[in-house]
Write a protein that binds this ligand. Structure first.
Ligand SMILES: C[S@@+](CC[C@H](N)C(=O)[O-])C[C@H]1O[C@@H](n2cnc3c(N)ncnc32)[C@H](O)[C@@H]1O
Length: 282
């Protein structure tokens, strides 16, 4: 991770202001206004916010306070490191990331595989600005704008990772996984609570097996899935109770054999109902 100049990929980022959670107040940083603060933010283990309210940073004043919800961010470095470890990237692997955003994970994968990697991103404006920055950082990445849930570019990949959460794994992603390949994604339907990480492997003979692990941290949901609303705390006097529970201490085997785990696995892999109803964007 020290090999990729993340500040070239993220020349501007938003610093959190105040103690309110979720954070609503931000300050835009760049290298001219406050280089030290920018570098501290970019090379931290936190998510790095690069869009507030869908507005491009170029259209906002550096140093000025702005309010709103983040609409694009580079993933936390810890989450990306775990994803790379789970995928077991090898030199020469064909790698695909869906949800490429700032291109940081693609650049890391290009460095690890020593070859061109592919990134898919739904947001055109991010693709337009990320392409030249990847070239400037010396990363060989083919970046394309499309909704990855509606299909992937032609080809097969040895390693596929999603940097956004899906309610179930689209069948089209599994079809693109080469024999011996690995796919990793966060599973979340937009409900606040535990995420799950699905890690799927395709055997040399073509069979799919996988594991599903409960996690404290996961990627943000796909742009096609809305967060379910969380009720606001009552205005009057009340009692606050912490509802954070430890994750279940099991890893469920998805495929192979029968039983409830296999049924759950089949559901995750998109056979039967792909999506439940509920709020969804575009
Ligand atoms: C958390 S960011 C990924 C960050 C990236 N790993 C990085 O470090 O810069 C998730 C990205 O997924 C993109 N995304 C969400 N839904 C998508 C979809 N259906 N198809 C393609 N990209 C999508 C978002 O626009 C966002 O840029």
């Amino acid at each position: 991770m020290t090999q990729v100049p993340r500040h070239v990929l993220i020349p501007r980022a938003y610093q959190r202001l105040g103690s309110e959670r979720p954070v609503r107040r931000w300050r835009l940083l760049d290298a001219i206004g406050d280089l030290a603060a920018l570098l501290e933010l970019i090379y931290s283990t936190d998510q790095v916010v690069v869009r507030i309210g869908g507005v491009r940073p170029e259209e906002q004043s550096v140093g000025a306070e702005c309010t709103g919800a983040p609409t694009a961010m580079s993933s936390g470095a810890g989450l990306l490191a775990v994803a790379l470890q789970d995928l077991r990237l090898e030199p020469g692997d064909r790698f695909l990331e869906v949800g490429a955003c700032t291109g940081y994970l693609c650049a890391l994968a290009a460095w690890l595989t020593g070859r061109q990697v592919t990134g898919v991103e739904i947001d055109w404006s991010l693709v337009r600005e990320t392409g030249p920055r990847l070239a400037q950082a010396g990363a060989d990445v083919w970046l394309l704008a499309r909704d990855a849930e509606r299909g992937l570019p032609d080809g097969t990949w040895d390693k596929i990772t999603a940097s956004f959460a899906v309610p179930s794994i689209p069948a089209s992603w599994l079809h693109r996984l080469a024999p011996g390949g690995r796919l990793r994604t966060t599973i979340n339907g937009g409900a606040p609570g535990w995420h799950a990480t699905a890690l799927v492997q395709r055997g040399i003979a073509g069979a799919l097996t996988g594991t599903l692990t409960a996690e404290l941290w996961g990627h943000v949901p796909s742009r096609r899935v809305g967060w379910l609303p969380v009720p606001s705390p009552p205005d009057g006097p009340g009692r606050t109770r912490c509802a954070v529970l430890p994750p279940p201490a099991h890893t469920a085997r998805l495929l192979g054999g029968g039983g409830p785990s296999a049924a759950r696995g089949a559901a995750l892999l998109g056979s039967g109902r792909q999506r439940r109803g509920g709020p969804r964007r575009g």
